[in-house]
Structure formats: structure tokens, C-alpha cells
Design a protein around this ligand. Structure first.
Ligand code: CP
Length: 317
């Protein structure tokens, strides 16, 4: 297995099965620290820089929370408009990263341009973590989701995972790549204009991922062990920032998971993951059903990132 120390986390394409489980083992060892709401000193003396060119609630703050839980330091920006990359100068990724690499021991970056974290990694002598790049990938979200399955279901194999929503989404891409390492099946459902592209499906074929494409969640939910959701009323992920949703657009029933649908058609032991934020595809009254696991995901996201940061910064082997 390749060492994690100093490794960029840009994509889950190419990750081996043993690497997922090694990360999850390290995360699970560290989990009691977060469970007890304590901080440790495992990464004392190390600093994480969060460079977020797009809005985020979960991804940025869970990286920062993980670093604090391990006694490390955090600095960064959450609004590129307040940096030289977002004003008159439009400073390039290369010039920006040549600065940032001296300010920290790892850089967690979200960007509206697909490939921007990979470009940053070319110029950085410290590891770069892709926290979402345009419509590209979102590796730390899917690692969070898989760690949640590992902890909640005890397995990532033998599952039928219904992935419903916008298949242009970066999470959907990373989920597909990751599934090449697990003996589970994907059922992909989304509106025609948000369907997986033929190029992406060809990649899944090449990676020997078991999947099929369906049209309506109501026809397939009874098969699902895991219902993985993304909105279809969606922001443009190639934009730096979209102001408030204008209220137009409602999610068609074919891509919605309601309390009634769960009661009448879903398996009793199925669970729902959602990377959040949500729109109307997942009504709030689902939150109190036994299927909901998206709040647990918030906790597991911190724990997984504790493991990941400990590994790439050399505090765990
Ligand atoms: N899941 C996710 O990426 O959420 P944020 O946009 O709030 O980081």
C-alpha cells in the first residue's frame, strides 16, 4: 500500500481497497477523541490552511474541527473576494499557492474550477486536499459517506446504493470511482438533463463498477440498502457564488424521498445519506425516521478527516 504521508487527496480514482480501510482504521482509533468532545495533541505543531473559493459549511468547518481535535492550528480564507485572487489582480492559482505553501503544512482547497486543486498541487510542496472542484470531484465527502457506511452498517460491500439527484455533481463522480473497490451495486437516478454522461459511464465500465441507470426513485427504492441523495434544484458549481435561491424550481416526485415513500416502499433497514445542503428533495419530516443518517455523517466527517490529516501529516502510519 502506498504511504499516505505527504500525499495529495485530489481524487478517489486509483485508490485501492486497502487504502480506504487503512484510513478508516486510523479514523476509528481517533474517534473516541471526537466522541468525548476532547482535543488531543497529535498534530500539535502542524498547521492546516483552508483556501475556499466557493461557499461551504460542512467541508471547511469539519476540516478545521478535525485539526482542532488533533491539537493543530488552522488559518485560511472562506471568501476569495477578500484575497488578491478575487480582486483586481485575479492572482493565479500558481502565484497564490507559491505563497500558501509557506504558511501551513497542508492546504485544503475548494474551487469553482474543475482541476484547480490539482493545479495547486503541482506548485505546492505540502499536500493539497480537494474539497470540491467545480463539477469535478469531492473526495473528502465520499470518504465521509463511506466511513459512515462502515460505521453504521459494518460493511461497504454487498449493498445496493441508490444514488438519486444531479449526476453532474462532483460527489456522484467520486462515488462512482470509489465503488470500483467495493462489491456493491449503484442504481443511478436523475433528471435527463442531469444524467451521468456517456463518458462517465464509460469510465465506470472501464473500472468494472456495477451500476444501472433508472428513471424514478419510486420504482427502485425497495431495492436500496442505502439511499444517497443530492438536490436536483441545484446551484451552478462552476460559479464562485450564487446568491439566494430564487424560489423557482421544485423537485419532481421521481427524485424525491418522502416519509410516505419510505413508509410504503423502502426497506425497513435502509438508510439515507445526503451530502447536504438540501432543497425539497428530502423533506425535514424524514429527519425523525430511523432511515436518516445524515446528521451522523456530520460527526463521521470530522472523524474521517482526523484520520486523513493524521496520515498525510505523518502522525499516523
Ligand atoms: N457536503 C458539502 O460539501 O457541504 P458544504 O458545501 O457545506 O461544504
Amino acid at each position: 500500500m502506498r504511504s499516505f504521508m505527504g500525499r495529495d487527496i485530489l481524487s478517489l480514482k486509483g485508490w485501492e481497497r486497502a487504502e480506504f480501510f487503512h484510513l478508516f482504521d486510523v479514523a476509528e482509533d481517533l474517534e473516541p477523541i471526537a466522541r468525548k468532545r476532547q482535543n488531543s495533541d497529535l498534530l500539535a505543531g502542524k498547521t492546516l490552511l483552508t483556501a475556499f473559493y466557493q461557499p461551504s459549511t460542512r467541508t471547511r468547518l469539519s476540516h478545521e474541527a478535525a485539526m482542532h481535535r488533533l491539537g493543530g492550528h488552522v488559518l485560511g480564507f472562506s471568501d476569495a473576494k477578500m484575497t488578491r485572487a478575487g480582486d483586481f489582480y485575479q492572482e493565479s492559482i500558481k502565484d497564490t499557492v507559491h505563497m500558501l505553501e509557506y504558511y501551513a503544512d497542508a492546504i485544503a482547497m475548494r474551487h469553482f474550477q474543475q482541476g484547480a486543486p490539482a493545479e495547486a498541487a503541482k506548485w505546492s510542496s505540502v499536500p493539497v486536499i480537494n474539497c470540491g472542484d467545480g463539477w469535478g470531484e469531492h473526495p473528502t465527502q465520499i470518504l465521509t459517506d463511506l466511513y459512515t457506511l462502515h460505521r453504521e452498517l459494518g460493511t461497504i460491500d454487498g449493498l445496493t446504493i441508490l444514488a438519486v439527484g444531479d449526476h453532474r455533481m462532483r460527489t456522484m463522480h467520486t462515488l462512482g470511482y470509489a465503488m470500483s473497490q467495493f462489491a456493491s451495486e449503484l442504481i443511478l437516478i436523475g433528471p435527463p438533463d442531469m444524467s451521468p454522461t456517456p463518458e462517465f459511464l464509460a469510465e465506470l465500465d472501464e473500472l468494472n463498477v456495477a451500476y444501472r441507470v433508472e428513471e424514478d426513485v419510486r420504482d427502485c427504492i425497495h431495492e436500496a440498502d442505502v439511499i444517497y441523495m443530492e438536490p436536483v434544484v441545484q446551484a451552478d458549481y462552476t460559479a464562485g457564488r450564487i446568491e439566494a435561491h430564487d424560489g423557482s424550481g421544485r423537485t419532481p416526485d421521481a427524485y424525491k424521498v418522502t416519509r410516505e415513500l419510505l413508509k410504503t416502499k423502502a426497506r425497513r433497514d435502509s438508510i439515507i445519506l445526503h451530502s447536504l445542503p438540501r432543497m425539497d428533495e428530502l423533506p425535514p419530516d424524514v429527519d425523525s425516521t430511523r432511515h436518516a443518517r445524515y446528521w451522523e455523517e456530520a460527526f463521521y466527517g470530522v472523524v474521517m478527516k482526523m484520520g486523513m490529516l493524521a496520515l498525510i501529516l505523518g502522525a499516523a502510519e
